[in-house]
Design a protein around this ligand. Structure first.
Ligand SMILES: [Zn+2]
Length: 139
């Protein structure tokens, strides 16, 4: 039995940009966040300082429920970086609010992964700055 686990020790991690600081603050506080344009209401999960659709500055940060469904995934059996333990399952999760996020699924066996399976966010602290959002089967 191989349970997919969060990988946090020694893996390369993102560094916050000015646009993504609120996202990483949310992760540290246990809240997954995305952006909503106050003009056209477009949702985006890739933090920027303008709306991807209408280019209006100042998208607002919104807290997600943390629940979603598995949209797409793969299982990696040969790591591309020595810090990663295999297997792991990079995935795209569709949040219940609509936007999709890149993440990885943990807490189940690779064979359990199925399109549309219900998931919830699970945060794992890397260091004082970075806490990574993974997703696990909804309990
Ligand atoms: Zn917009």
């Amino acid at each position: 039995m191989t349970i997919l686990r969060p990988q946090v020790d020694g893996i390369p991690v993102p560094r916050p940009s000015l646009a993504s600081i609120p996202y990483w603050e949310g992760c540290r506080a246990g809240e997954l966040r995305y952006q909503r344009c106050p003009g056209c209401q477009a949702l985006q999960t890739n933090p920027t300082i303008i709306c991807w659709r209408c280019h209006r500055p100042g998208p607002e940060w919104v807290g997600a429920s943390g629940r979603g469904v598995l949209y797409s995934w793969t299982v990696v059996w040969r790591a591309q970086h020595p810090a990663f333990e295999v297997p792991y399952a990079p995935a795209i999760v569709e949040l219940e609010e609509g936007p999709r996020v890149m993440t990885a699924v943990v807490g189940c066996e690779p064979e359990d992964l199925a399109e549309g399976m219900a998931l919830e966010v699970a945060f794992h602290r890397v260091d004082d700055e970075i806490t990574l959002p993974f997703f696990r089967p909804l309990r």
